[in-house]
Design a protein around this ligand. Structure first.
Ligand code: ADP
Ligand code: MG
Length: 387
């Protein structure tokens, strides 16, 4: 089946459910262009919605049953009572049923649903296939039940589901960009108060493509020296500087302030503070309306900061960045939480094959697993996709 074809998804739904869906809704995956490890310090992020998305065909049921199947989970129909709580649903279906739980916990009264998912966001590659599922279901529920929730409210519902029902501690970015993304724009999001602005970034018009390079490596984030250690250092840095969160520290006089910090804390603080500044710099450059290529060096500086100050890059991610740059990319950086996952390279569209080959060759030379590639431009956020 062609994944992009809503008619084929509707037909498969009808086969499994015995009637047509009431509609098909779509929500995209995302990649963060810059602003890494800033969200838990109330800082800035600048993600874009991917062209890759999760589609869900949905129809209401008269009873309090949820039936759900996914093309990415063997097409088998699973059945759950509507009134389930956190811990009741194991596996991928929790990302769907959890949204209905989150709506109920917000005082809404959804009925049962039949849902069939199909996604071309790679699962578990750090591109937020999970938020794409939750946001597609949340938007479908909003329309079908006439809930009239705002996009930000729907993002909060999908996030609550993922955090509390599934038990995955994600920040606010993934669901916000999936629901608020706009074609040819990045989303400048202030995680302190969830205010946001659409920042023009017409990559296609500028002859540019964002090449997403999945390093196919995932390292656990929960060892003592990893993610938890970083969170502790960031919090210790804020405490030592006498601020609630590092968002409250600017780059003016930063070197002096860092000099007074413990040697394991100072670089972590420097990353967060300078990363917030890099987000603002990229926003400025894009809003000035010049050539988007000008953001390339800022992306590269962001990578160096994550590698050297934060210590969360990997040989695979560094290789992706270095090989892309050597093959003519305009800028490149690792993206996401680190210790594996994906890198992004801003590349002249004509040069995409060359850059891909260069990264593949560099990976083969080092004996790394073969990387996967996606090409992306800033795409539309969640919407009904069957007209
Ligand atoms: P990421 O969000 O980076 O892709 P996660 O681990 O957060 O990685 O989410 C991946 C999980 O989300 C999958 O293991 C699966 O449980 C669920 N998921 C995402 N997309 C689908 C889909 N189309 N069908 C079924 N489950 C999905
Ligand atoms: Mg996820």
């Amino acid at each position: 089946m062609n994944r992009q074809d809503p008619a084929a998804l509707a037909a498969l739904f009808a086969e499994g459910v015995g009637r047509s869906p009431e509609g098909i809704w779509l929500a995209p995956g995302r990649v963060n262009v810059i602003g890494e490890h800033t969200d838990y310090s109330d800082g800035f992020v600048l993600p874009m919605a991917l062209p890759q998305a999760c589609r869900v065909a949905v129809a209401r049921r008269a009873d309090a049953v949820v039936r759900v199947a996914s093309r990415q989970a063997g097409d088998e129909w699973l059945e759950f009572p509507l009134n389930t709580g956190p811990g009741d649903v194991e596996g991928w279906a929790g990302y769907v049923v959890g949204v209905l739980w989150a709506l109920r916990s917000g005082g809404h009264e959804p009925t049962g649903l039949d849902l069939l998912l199909d996604s071309d966001v790679p699962l578990g590659a750090g591109l937020s296939s999970s938020a794409a599922v939750g946001c597609a279901v949340a938007l479908a529920a909003n329309d079908l039940f006439g809930l009239d929730l705002t996009r930000l409210e729907l993002a909060a519902v999908a996030r609550l589901s993922e955090n509390e029902f599934v038990g995955a501690p994600t920040g606010a970015m993934d669901q916000a960009i999936s629901l608020l993304g706009e074609r040819d724009h990045l989303l400048f999001l202030d995680t302190r108060d969830m205010t946001y602005r659409q920042v023009p970034c017409a990559l296609a018009d500028a002859g540019l493509t964002l090449l997403v390079i999945d390093s196919r490596t995932r390292h656990e984030l929960n060892d003592g020296g990893g993610y938890a250690g970083i969170r502790r250092a960031v919090e210790a840095g804020a405490a030592a500087l006498g601020v609630p969160v590092l968002r409250d520290v600017g780059t003016d006089g930063l070197a002096q302030r860092l000099a007074g910090l413990a040697p394991d804390v100072a670089p972590k603080v420097r990353h967060v503070v300078t990363e917030n500044a890099r987000v603002l710099e990229v926003v400025d450059l894009l809003e000035d309306g010049g050539d988007p290529r000008r953001i390339g060096p800022v992306l590269l500086a962001g990578h160096a900061s994550l590698r050297d100050d934060f210590g969360i890059s990997t040989p695979e991610l560094d290789t992706a960045v270095e090989a892309s740059m050597a093959a003519g990319a305009v800028g490149a950086r690792m993206t996401g939480g680190g210790f594996g996952g994906s890198a992004v390279a801003l590349v002249d569209t004509d040069a995409v094959p060359t850059v891909r080959r260069a990264v593949q060759t560099a990976y083969a030379k080092q004996g790394f697993e073969r990387p996967e590639f996606l090409t992306a431009v800033p795409s539309a956020g969640a919407h009904r996709s069957d007209g």
